[in-house]
Design a protein. Structure first.
Length: 310
């Protein structure tokens, strides 16, 4: 694994914070941020290295050797950033989504749109199969965004464990949002409440489910990247493309439901043209923020390409 100095680990922590901020939003994937910031494959390889062989190394050679085997400094810096961001930004993002939804979604739409171009550029060989897989990925992700969320907000430990395992698999897939998976399962509100209320028991169960899902799914993804990189990138590009429907800023609410606090919230929505939006479309500021999001990805790409590789 790459040898880094303290400043470089600080940059990785910042990338982790960006991943955490993205994962809080139901529609944006932290995996996309990891990919465009140049740490995705190292993340998969590091997570995949946590296995029984590591336990053998720990037993025979000690903590230092095991820590080095799993690229511990990298994982610690990244996870620290993710947790800092999730704990500190969840209230802010909830507030912004509730009070300025069009502007928030416009920013993330621009960000994700630029990331499609970035991921597609990594495909070194285009052919019939890669195009078909891209289309399959796009159709699959689009279909997921049209599914109706479950309304059961009762958070049993087993339910939260399963939700954590499924959501973490989505979080490390560029284009598929772990937070959106939680929304579909009806677990997003209980998890957000657990963060706000500091319900550590529920959060630990969620984390345990996430660890189980992460250790198993990362190995599959790591193997795919090693043996079928172009095909895997094609599917991921399609995933991101199909997910754009979820974060389209202008939505029309078809049906409503009453949440656990007795407040009416949108249940089933569909994307509409800003020209047909029933309300203030905020078109100028939405386009401006979409351009900011787009430019941010170009900046991250430039920084990733200019980062020293050791």
């Amino acid at each position: 694994m790459a040898q880094r100095n303290l400043f470089q680990y600080f940059i990785i922590t910042l990338k982790g914070m960006a991943m955490g901020a993205a994962d809080v939003v139901p529609g944006v994937s932290g995996g996309t941020i990891a990919f465009i910031s140049g740490i995705y494959e190292e993340l998969l390889a590091s997570i995949s290295s946590v296995n029984f062989d590591t336990l053998k190394v720990l037993k025979k050679e000690g903590i230092k050797a095991a820590w080095k085997k799993v690229n511990g400094n990298f994982l610690l810096a990244l996870l620290s950033g993710i947790f800092i961001s999730v704990l500190s930004l969840s209230k802010l993002i909830s507030y912004l989504l509730e009070n300025h939804p069009i502007l928030v979604w416009a920013f993330f739409f621009g960000l994700v749109l630029a990331s499609i171009l970035y991921v597609a550029k990594q495909i070194t060989e285009w052919n019939f199969i890669t195009v078909i897989l891209l289309i399959v990925g796009a159709v699959g992700a689009f279909y997921i965004t049209t599914l109706q969320p479950m309304v059961d907000e009762h958070a049993s430990p087993l339910f939260i464990f399963i939700a954590g395992a499924l959501a973490i698999c989505a979080m490390i897939l560029p284009g598929i949002s772990g937070a959106f998976i939680l929304v579909l399962l009806g677990a997003y509100k209980p998890v957000l409440d657990a963060i706000h209320d500091k319900n550590f028991k529920l959060l630990l169960i969620l984390m345990f489910g996430a660890v189980v899902g992460l250790l198993s799914f990362s190995k599959v993804l790591n193997w795919l990247f090693k043996h079928y990189k172009n095909l895997t990138l094609a599917v991921l590009t399609g995933f991101i493309l199909g997910s754009l429907n979820k974060i389209w800023p202008w939505k029309e609410t078809l049906t409503w439901r009453v949440n656990s606090h007795g407040v009416p919230v949108p249940f089933n929505e569909q994307s509409v043209s800003p020209l047909n939006y029933n309300g203030d479309a905020q078109l100028f500021f939405a386009l401006l923020l979409a351009l900011v999001g787009f430019a941010l990805i170009l900046l991250l790409e430039k920084l990733a390409n200019s980062s020293p590789k050791k």
